[in-house]
Design a protein around this ligand. Structure first.
Ligand code: AN0
Ligand code: CP
Length: 320
């Protein structure tokens, strides 16, 4: 595997899940694969889970790890070509990428949507430059429009907890005070559309996700109707994807607290499990009682980030 940015990079999901459970049973099974190999993790944005779980995954495989927080101690990077660099940015990404690549074998990049241009975000301008100019395998640790390590961990979690062959999985928008990217819901939809589940997306009008990720999924604007008989509720906020009106891209169109996942919502489900990628704002996205209930999977989900990252890094090591 040379790139990991979406579900199709994984190939057959049953095989990927089998590899995940093999690693979960014995996470050091491939410890010798990464000897004298270095994984560089580059963060343009904050992280708790991705930062820790990806380092742990690399160490499971015997790799050395370097973590760079671009905004803490590195030179400020210009990302646009053709700019006269007379401002506060001292270095261009086009030099920084090959330099960073010269010290490692595999590169992980976290670079959120910037909400300045829908086109720049949806063409994945930053991570694609790493793919193009590094000459190394590159994986997303949440890029502008996708978070595939999260979605793979979510799929593993659903596989572990499902009580029927084809569970009903509902992705629901929930309110948040600030604009958040669509990366998590996009990738969740990307994965659920390829998995053996009955997948429904629910959100207020105007929040439609990009058709590239929605594909054939059912979209239901009535949240309560969507929740009916669900086996898994996956909550997430996202800012306006700008599908119906590009001028609204990145805007917060609603903070409707009627969409907060509470026990009244959960009561119409089939005793559904609650999922969220974290970090989560309690009593905005989900109430205390729902996230603290025995049916809340937020911690096992986060723990499975180590597993999804180990599978991806293992496949990348095998491609070197
Ligand atoms: C980020 C997001 O919504 O994309 C990261 C989630 C994994 N969340 C925040 O910035 C709060
Ligand atoms: N879920 C997730 O990716 O969390 P972090 O932003 O803390 O890495």
């Amino acid at each position: 595997m040379r790139t990991y940015t979406n579900v199709f990079d994984l190939g057959d999901l049953k095989t990927a899940l089998a590899e995940a459970f093999e690693i979960k049973n014995d996470r050091y099974k491939y410890e010798s694969l990464g000897k004298h190999k270095t994984c560089l993790l580059i963060f343009f944005n904050n992280s708790l889970r991705t930062r820790l779980s990806t380092q742990k995954a690399a160490r499971n495989l015997g790799m050395d790890v370097i973590v760079l927080d671009v905004n803490q101690g590195a030179w400020k990077l210009e990302t646009e070509r053709g700019v006269v660099m007379d401002g506060d940015k001292s270095e261009h990404l086009l030099e920084a990428i090959p330099v960073m690549a010269s010290y490692c074998d595999i590169i992980g990049v976290r670079s959120f949507a910037q909400f300045e241009s829908r086109t720049d975000d949806y063409t994945e301008k930053i991570i694609n430059q790493f793919i193009q100019h590094s000459g190394k395998p590159v994986f997303s640790m949440e890029a502008a429009t996708g978070h595939p390590l999260q979605a793979f961990a979510d799929l593993i979690t659903i596989e572990e907890y499902k009580k029927k062959e084809r569970p009903k999985v509902v992705l629901t928008w929930a309110p948040h005070p600030k604009a958040l990217p669509q990366a998590v819901p996009n990738s969740f939809a990307d994965f659920m559309n390829e998995a053996d589940v009955d997948f429904v997306i629910t959100h207020p009008e105007g929040y439609d996700l990009d058709p590239k990720f929605v594909r054939g999924a059912k979209v239901e604007y009535d949240q309560m109707k969507a929740f009916k008989d669900a086996d898994f509720i996956y909550a997430k906020n996202w800012a306006c994807p700008g599908v119906t009106n590009p001028d609204d891209y990145g805007k917060v169109l609603s903070k409707d607290m009627g969409w907060t996942v509470d026990s009244k919502h959960m009561a119409v489900t089939n005793n559904a499990y609650f999922m969220h990628c974290l970090p989560v704002r309690r009593n905005m996205i989900v109430t205390d009682d729902v996230i603290e209930a025995p049916t809340s999977l937020v911690i096992p989900e986060a723990a499975n980030r180590e597993i999804s990252a180990t599978v991806v890094l293992k496949r990348m090591l095998q491609s070197l």
